[in-house]
Design a protein around this ligand. Structure first.
Ligand code: ATP
Ligand code: MG
Length: 569
């Protein structure tokens, strides 16, 4: 491709509204152009990279026996009503009506459509296993589209679905996908790790995420410094460490009401009563999906991990509003506690189990109570892990310490089980002749996230540095002094030679200053640059530059192909 004819709109300045390097560089190198919040056009240079990435993923999916299909973006809402996700997705789902007034939606994922195909065509255990996948435009009205293509409202996902007779079959299909994902991400040159993850609203029995560590990631992960324990903070555990109860009263003592005027926060109350924050019980009141209140209890120095409470409650929740709290408890949120509380489900974090001589709110403005023994003065309905892991806590597996870091999720694999197949009647006759729901898995990769992560991991202050597998061109040929006919002819001939020898070449044949061309070449990030100029020819050939290292050397033109072949091995 001649740059003089190419549509690659590069920018010298960093766009003001792009905060993270991948977003800035994708705009500056002319890969994408935003049309609306979270909605982008892929321009020719960027689309080439998208296609290469998709091809790598496609080859790895085909290798595990995946069969590519293509399902509709626009779906009748009824299919989504069958599983409850028409409401479950809430505002994240784009909805519209057709001309006949029929309710439609733009699919945020495709489990429902897969189940519809399966219940129509799959009848017997003999038809299984199956792996079906697609590359498809997903539409999600994300609440905070940002960081460029990392969180778009329209994005290409490779989504795959496995259909099996039983759990054992699912385990096999799941492992196949894990292997395919590893191979695909390795080929894309990404440095990633795998974490145990929350299944969230998807349901199911287990899930793992493929993560790239990055300060710009929205996910937080706990990583052990000594073993390979790694988990999303949504589910991460740490080695239990107890709360010391120095002067625990005996069982016969009764809790004591203590005045705590205007002391609402954990810090205020612990400072006022001169006790460590861990001795306080933090009381949070939430409303579940059905508008019912529930209480979550944690040690005063711990923070709630919302996903863990979602799992414990079996559905989403929101914090109760101050008016709701006032109505239920007759006091402000700063003075709540589980003793003599109105009737509601109480879930307590494992770390406060067996606690004695604790302090909680008295459910009365400006009062707390001390000397509270758990299980004696109140009894939680359920124990669960609810707390957020903190930097430096012990690893739950080995003697090491946990580090908390940020990461970008590039892929997610789920053991769905029978949640969707049961809801939609996607059944088969098993070998015993009994009708059973198909056991499903679901597996997603964000194509644009792979590309953005590749840039996050491989760039410098001058621009992008593509890996050999993702680069849209093999080499960039930069012609200088092209106003001299002789040089222009040599450069054109070289371009023809490279192309005919199978090197996909971007040829900067523009009549621009050398400095401008070099800057553009560094920005675009093709791994190998070849400069042909009067000076290089005088020195005996062309100058070959490696973009990643900046190393340069003069190579004779008749040796160039050999050098390049070595380069691309
Ligand atoms: P997140 O937690 O980041 O919102 P998710 O759990 O909603 O992701 P899945 O539904 O599992 O994501 O989708 C599978 C893959 O699709 C993700 O691993 C990610 O790579 C990609 N993906 C999800 N949402 C987006 C988005 N808004 N923009 C770009 N890629 C996305
Ligand atoms: Mg999401």
């Amino acid at each position: 491709m001649r740059l003089s004819k190419a549509f690659i709109p590069t920018l010298k300045e960093t766009p003001a509204d792009a905060e993270i390097p991948s977003h800035q560089l994708m705009i500056r190198a002319g890969l994408i152009r935003q049309l609306a919040a979270g909605i982008y056009s892929d321009l020719p240079f960027g689309w080439k990279i998208v296609r290469k990435t998709m091809q790598i993923v496609r080859e790895e999916m085909d290798r595990i026996g995946g069969q590519e299909l293509y399902m509709p973006v626009m779906n009748p809402i009824e299919v989504w009503e069958e599983t409850g996700r028409a409401t479950g997705f809430g505002d994240e789902m784009f909805r519209l009506k057709d001309r006949k007034g029929r309710s439609m939606c733009l699919a945020p994922t495709h489990e429902e459509i897969i189940c519809d195909l399966a219940r129509t065509f799959i009848r017997s255990y003999r038809d299984l296993p199956q792996i079906w996948y697609q590359f498809q435009t997903k539409m999600r009205d994300e609440p905070r589209p940002r960081s460029g293509v990392l969180r778009g409202r329209q994005f290409i996902m490779k989504d795959a679905y496995s259909l099996d007779v039983d759990q054992e079959g699912l385990d096999k299909s799941y492992n196949l996908h894990a292997e395919a994902y590893k191979r695909a991400f390795d080929r894309c040159g990404l440095d990633y790790f795998i974490v145990g993850a929350s299944s969230g609203l998807m349901g199911g029995t287990g899930s793992q995420e493929f993560m790239v560590e990055s300060p710009h990631g929205e996910d937080r992960v706990a990583l052990c410094g000594s073993c390979d324990y790694a988990a999303n903070l949504e589910v991460a555990a740490s080695r239990p460490y107890p709360i010391s109860d120095p002067d625990a009263p005996d069982d016969s003592s009764e809790p004591e009401r203590v005045s705590t005027p205007d002391m609402r926060t954990i810090d205020e109350v612990s400072g006022f009563l001169k006790v460590t924050p861990e001795r306080l019980i933090k009381t949070l009141v939430v409303m579940n999906e059905n508008g019912k209140p529930a209480m979550a209890l944690l040690a005063g120095d711990d923070d709630l991990e919302e996903s863990k409470l979602t799992t414990a409650l079996g559905g989403t929740f929101r914090p109760a509003h101050p008016e709701e709290i006032k109505e239920l408890f007759g006091c402000e949120a700063g003075f709540l506690g589980p003793v003599n509380a109105p009737k509601m489900s109480v879930i307590a974090d494992n770390r406060i189990k067996g606690g004695r001589d604790r302090i909680t709110g008295a459910n009365e403005d400006h009062y707390h109570i001390s000397g509270v023994n758990i299980d004696q003065h109140f009894k939680p309905d359920k124990w669960a892990d609810l707390r957020t892991i903190k930097e430096g806590e012990g690893c739950p597996v080995c003697k090491g310490k946990l580090r908390v870091s940020h990461a970008i999720e590039i892929g997610h694999i789920f053991k769905l089980g029978t949640k969707y197949s049961s809801a939609m009647g996607a059944n088969i006759l098993n070998p015993a002749g009994r009708e059973t729901p198909i056991v499903m898995g679901s597996y997603g990769i964000g194509i644009a996230r792979i590309i953005a992560c590749a840039i996050e991991l491989n760039h410098d202050e001058d621009g992008i540095i593509w890996t050999k597998t993702l680069t849209p061109y093999d080499v960039e040929l930069i012609g200088l002094n092209l106003n001299k006919e002789e040089i222009c002819k040599r450069a054109d001939d070289l371009y023809e030679m490279l192309q005919s020898d199978g090197f996909n070449t971007l040829y900067d044949d523009r009549g621009l200053r050398p400095g401008f061309k070099f800057k553009d070449a560094d920005l675009l990030g093709i791994p190998c640059h070849i400069v042909i100029s009067s000076k290089s020819l005088e020195s005996g050939g062309v100058e070959v530059k490696t973009r990643a290292t900046g190393d340069r050397s003069i190579v004779k033109i008749d040796e160039l192909l050999t050098v390049l072949r070595g380069y691309h091995e």
